[in-house]
Design a protein. Sequence first.
Length: 372
Amino acid sequence: MRGSTARQVTMLALVDPDQLIPSDHPIRDVKPVVEEALKALEPVFADMYSEVGRHSIPPEHLLKACLLMAFYSIRSERQFCERLRYDLLFKWFLGLNVEDDAFDHSSFAKNRERLLKHNVSRAFFEAVLEQAGRMRLLSSEHFTVDGTLLESWASFKSLQPRPNLGGQRKPKKATRSRRGGGGRNSEVDFRGQRRSNETHYSTTDPDALLARKGNGREAKLSLAGHILMENRSGMVVDVEVTRATGTSEREAGLRMLRRSCLTRRRRTLGADKQYDTKDFVQGCRELEVTPHVAQNTSGRSSAIDGRTAWQLGYQVSQRIRKRVEEIFGWLKTVGGGRKLRYIGTRRNQLWAELAVTAFNLVRIGTLMAEPA
């Protein structure tokens, strides 16, 4: 018998979003870890808001929303709030009822400075990491460090000559082509003009610098992202976003090591050839960290001697360190980091800490689901 398409509107329905989420959905393994981490941040949330006044969007909802944006590759906060109106999984993860309205996308911008001031993203990241440590998923002895370029939100058209200081020759101004007409997105002709970080800067994002991934590649306005990974489960134990200078990888690597070296236990650190410098190797040894850095012998001598490179642990570190590329790949393809959405290192640091928190939660869910 053929079914009918005529439907009567349901006037009253008792529906719990929890009943509609499949029992074997991967996000069910993630939510208890998130709730436990947010419970640990309750004193921080209490200091952020006044006890009187109009009720705001709970910070727990904002942090969970940022995780969902990373999990499901949502490209903007406006798109997330639109999807929150009808996606029952999103409402279930945030703890909303089916009939609850979605909050406005401007809530992210209004509360971002408050989150930055109280360093909430870092506290949330460390709370999730602490749970992973209690599950014995983290290594306290073997680590890997690496960096990558993150394309800035700024456009090439935002490049302007720096002020003429010290009597230097003033660079030629870029001419605006008449073919494209006027308006906000008029064409700019840089032909015949040499652009560099010494002569030009971005008016949109002053922290962004011109950088290229290799010889023969195009230069883009970029920031630098750095990750410290533990080698047991491939989870992120520290992250930092800096300006893309030539020494930012090594400087950020040493800073992250100092933050993580809370004990005097001997540790190892795997890295690629970019870290094979005397300053970085000496800095690792001062922190009592054995540098398992890939030797760079192309026209120069390596700072890693043959005794270190001959050891079996060095070879293991060199093999495992390539897993850090999986983290960068996830952040750029899934987490929304292929082109940054925010301006400046401070705001992008908040995004990076929440994005790697999402990655760690995915790893926790995967590792806990694997058979012992």
